[in-house]
Design a protein around this ligand. Structure first.
Ligand code: CA
Length: 230
C-alpha cells in the first residue's frame, strides 16, 4: 500500500483529503503544523507528500528545502492558495514537483497523485514492455519477440530517457541536457535526427509513430498505445 503524507493546517481541508485518499486505498498520515509535518516526512519517508505552504511553525517552502537537503526524493505536490501563484516558482525551485491551487477538485488531485506514483514505479524498474517491444535497461537490450534490435549507444540512451520520462513533454533542450549533457556539440536539430533514426527502429510504422510522439511547438513525448507494463 502506498503511503501519503498530508501536511495541512486547515482542519476541514485536512479531513476531506484524508478521507478521500484513504477511501482510494492509500495509507494516509497527516500533520497539521510544519514541524510535525517535517518530522513525519523524515521519520516515515512516505511515497508522496501533499504540502500546504502557509503553515504554523515551519512553512511549506522550508519543509520542501529541508526534505531535499536530507536527500529524500519522493514527489511533493504543493497545495497553494489563490494569490500565491508568484510563490509557486519558489516552491518548484526548492524541490517541489507540482502544485494545485485551492480550491481544487479532489479527483484532479487524485489523478495527479496516481500519475506521480506510477511514474515513480516506472523509474525504479529496469525492465519495460511496450507496443510489443522489450527494453532491458540493465542489459542495454531492446528486442521484439526475442529478436534483438540493434541501437547505437546514443540511440539507446535517448530511448531510455524517453521511457523513464513516460508521458512527459520533453523539449529538445531537456533531451539535450538529459541525454547528452550540457557540454556537448549536439544541436537541437540533431535531436530530430536521432528521433527519426530511433523511430525507424522502434516504431512499426515510423511515419505514424505510436510510441514516440511529436508535440508541436514543444518537442517529444513517449507514450505507447496501452501504457507500459513492467
Ligand atoms: Ca495553510
Amino acid at each position: 500500500m502506498e503511503t501519503l503524507l498530508i501536511i495541512e493546517d486547515e482542519p476541514h481541508m485536512l479531513r476531506a483529503l484524508k478521507d478521500n485518499f484513504s477511501l482510494a486505498g492509500y495509507q494516509v498520515i497527516t500533520a497539521s503544523d510544519g514541524e510535525e509535518g517535517l518530522n513525519a516526512a523524515l521519520d516515515t519517508q512516505p511515497d508522496l507528500i501533499l504540502l500546504d505552504i502557509m503553515l504554523p511553525t515551519i512553512n511549506g517552502y522550508e519543509i520542501c528545502r529541508l526534505i531535499r537537503d536530507q536527500g529524500l526524493d519522493m514527489p511533493i505536490i504543493m497545495l497553494t492558495a489563490k494569490g500565491e501563484e508568484t510563490d509557486i516558482v519558489l516552491g518548484l525551485n526548492l524541490g517541489a514537483d507540482d502544485y494545485v491551487t485551492k480550491p481544487f477538485g479532489v479527483s484532479v488531485l487524485r489523478a495527479r497523485v496516481a500519475a506521480f506514483l506510477r511514474r515513480r514505479k516506472q523509474e525504479q524498474t529496469t525492465l519495460h514492455e511496450f507496443d510489443g517491444l522489450q527494453l532491458d535497461l540493465d542489459a542495454h537490450r531492446l528486442s521484439r519477440d526475442n529478436e534483438e534490435i540493434k541501437l547505437s549507444p546514443q540511440e539507446f540512451r535517448l530511448l531510455a530517457y524517453l521511457v523513464e520520462n513516460l508521458g512527459r513533454v520533453l523539449t529538445r533542450d531537456t533531451l539535450l541536457n538529459g541525454v547528452w549533457g550540457y557540454n556537448c556539440f549536439v544541436g537541437p536539430r540533431n535531436i530530430d535526427r536521432f528521433i527519426t533514426s530511433l523511430r525507424n527502429k522502434v516504431e512499426r510504422d515510423p511515419k505514424q509513430p505510436r510510441c514516440i510522439h511529436t508535440v508541436r511547438g514543444f518537442g517529444y513525448k513517449f507514450e505507447p498505445p496501452k501504457g507500459i507494463a513492467e
